[in-house]
Design a protein around this ligand. Structure first.
Ligand code: O2Y
Ligand code: MN
Length: 592
């Protein structure tokens, strides 16, 4: 399939280590997909779903100890710890290769090693990067086939070039004690062993497109970010594009596929989805920032996805979808908590056990049928709102960058930073409150700079420096905003209705970028005057709108103190400009 010497030598070397019975070079064809599915149906790795109701859909259950990314087992492997920085787990490359090598050794005996050439981004685009993943999991091959451009064309494009990311993956024995997700940015290499799921195993996603790509992006002068990209078509038919970073589990997929509320739909607004998770952004000759989505599919969370939260997602997962860890219904369809329709009277839960909605655990709590991190993997082309520019080699021009967190208090619905440097500070200090579903104390603040805390492949201080330098190189940088859809009132009720209504805020953001809307200057940035948000058709009292837009000074004094403590943890590579932004904010808020 390829004569590329570097590929052939590396595949040989890895095959010697993992000792598979067979090596299969993936061409990415439909016949190959069908064959692999048939094989996986026989072993039980996949279950064929009801093809009348869910054509082209299949179902998979992971091992019960393998249901999410494992940040504590994820490492950046560089000779010096300082280069991985204070926010990453670190190992020397020697230690990492030795530890993981011992687990990979013979891990594919009795199995087939699949060789998958893949492109992140349209094949041939100057934005795109090529990877080759080796894996012993058919489930992983079929997911990568959806999430990336995978197959022989990628090798044809690579030719003799040695510039590709070497991605080695084996499920091995799925023992969590023998699981490691290792990144070698200086060697353009990823080794992942002991997990068969999600971000741990689909190496084009978080491992390549964020951790390795963020390192490349710094070297090469671009940005690899944990951001959705969406086009907002205004009533004149003009489309502005925005990129938005939110920590995991903040509704990025829903926002990327938003359906305008009636009031704004009547005005003529439409949303076009470019991507829901990752943005690669470069400065073009027009001095603007242009973005592509390097992925080719969505790996979305099933629970909570329904016709109210995301009607487009409900539509797109009706065909050609891989479902993972949801409830299997007796009619060969699937269900999840927070999905459409009633829970089935009976079914099989994500662990393969008989399940019914009335089951409770020893504490009397309902037993969930679908795992909270259960997923659908679906081709981007299934999305009803897909942008016609997803295949454009230069992507889309970005007008605004939005940072957001899940904050019960403090952060108002929206504010605009004063300039690029202040915007970088806003992104660097953004935070979410931990929810009951996560590790740690409920309500505890987790700072998640640019939503990249688990994904930045190098020292976060250098990453902030890179953002500041990017701003200096752009003649027309995007404006930077912060949003918070999750503010609560004193009875713990959301002040803002969210979902489609968020377009009202996005409209204000875009109009601000065009210089068309008024704003109030506050110590934290520019906020909308309540009258400058279009509230047509939304029943929200003026008092509630005022509350969700309020800047509570005593709360902000505490917040700024906590931001300062976070900056102290970054160490000597924290850019002085961010310390200056802190001092300036502290002064404005009356802290000094
Ligand atoms: O749990 C996993 O392995 C998947 S995590 C994930 C998947 C799709 C998009 N974003 C994320 C994330 O954690 O940010
Ligand atoms: Mn994500």
């Amino acid at each position: 399939m390829t004569k590329n010497k570097a590929v052939l030598e590396w595949v040989n070397e890895m095959a010697k280590l993992c000792k598979p019975d067979h090596v299969h070079w993936c061409d990415g064809s439909l016949e190959e997909k069908n064959q692999l599915e048939e094989e996986a149906f026989k072993t039980g790795e996949l279950i064929k779903l009801n093809q009348e109701k869910l054509p082209g859909c299949v179902f998979h259950r992971t091992a019960i100890n393998d249901v999410a990314r494992t940040e504590d087992l994820t490492f950046i492997c560089t000779p010096y710890q300082e280069d991985a920085g204070p926010t990453n787990n670190w190992m020397t490359p020697e230690d990492a290769y030795a530890k993981a090598g011992a687990i990979f050794d013979g891990s594919m005996k009795g199995r087939t090693m699949y060789v998958m050439p893949f492109s992140m981004g349209p094949i041939g685009s100057p934005f795109s990067k090529i990877g080759v993943q080796l894996t012993d999991s058919i489930y992983v091959v079929l997911n990568m086939r959806i999430m990336t451009r995978m197959g022989k064309t990628v090798f044809d494009h690579l030719g003799e070039n040695e510039d590709f990311t070497k991605c080695l993956h084996s499920k091995a024995d799925l023992d969590v004690k023998r699981r490691l997700i290792l990144h070698f940015p200086e060697e353009n290499t990823i080794w992942s062993v002991g997990s068969g799921y999600g971000g741990n195993a689909l190496l084009g996603k978080k491992c390549l497109s964020l951790r390795i790509a963020s390192y490349m992006a710094r070297q090469e002068g671009w940005l690899a970010e944990h951001m959705l990209i969406m086009g907002v078509e205004d009533p004149t038919g003009y489309i502005e594009y925005i990129a938005a970073a939110f920590p995991s589990a903040c509704g990025k997929t829903n926002l990327a596929m938003l359906i305008p509320p009636e009031g704004l739909k009547r005005k003529g607004y439409r949303i076009w989805t470019v991507g829901d998770d990752i943005a690669w952004m470069r400065i073009d000759s027009d001095g603007r920032l242009w973005a592509i989505n390097p992925e080719n599919g969505f790996f979305g969370v099933a629970p909570g996805t329904n016709s109210k939260t995301n009607p487009n997602a409900v539509e797109m997962v009706k065909k050609d979808t891989i479902y993972t860890n949801v409830v299997l219904k007796p009619d060969g369809t699937v269900w999840w908590e927070g999905g459409d329709g009633q829970a089935p009277e009976e079914g099989i839960d994500w662990q393969g056990r008989p399940w019914k909605p009335s089951l409770v655990d020893e504490k009397g709590e309902p037993i969930k049928g679908a795992h909270p991190n259960s997923r659908f993997t679906v081709p981007i082309m299934n999305c009803p709102t897909i942008s016609n520019r997803v295949e454009y080699h230069h992507g889309v021009p970005i007008t605004a960058i939005i940072f957001g967190g899940k904050r019960a208090q403090v952060a108002p619905l929206v504010y605009e930073s004063f300039n690029w440097q202040h915007g970088v500070y806003v992104g660097a200090t953004m935070a979410s409150e931990r929810t009951a579903a996560q590790f740690g104390t409920f309500g505890e603040i987790r700072r998640d700079p640019m939503a990249m805390l688990p994904f930045c492949g190098y020292n976060i201080g250098d990453y902030f420096r890179h953002w500041l330098e990017m701003g200096k190189r752009m003649q027309k940088p995007p404006k930077i905003f912060h949003v918070n859809w999750f503010r609560l009132d004193e009875k713990d009720k959301f002040l803002w209705p969210g979902y489609g209504e968020n377009l009202r805020v996005i409209e204000w953001i875009i109009e601000r970028c065009k210089g068309n809307r008024e704003a109030v200057e506050t110590p934290i940035g520019y906020l909308p005057q309540p009258a400058s948000l279009d509230m047509t058709g939304l029943d929200l009292s003026p008092e509630t709108l005022e509350a969700v837009l309020s800047v509570n000074i005593p709360q902000w004094q505490e917040e700024v103190k906590s931001q300062g403590e976070f900056l102290d943890t970054i160490g000597s590579r924290l850019p002085v400009e961010l310390r200056q932004e802190y001092e300036a904010l502290a002064g404005r808020i009356g802290l000094q």
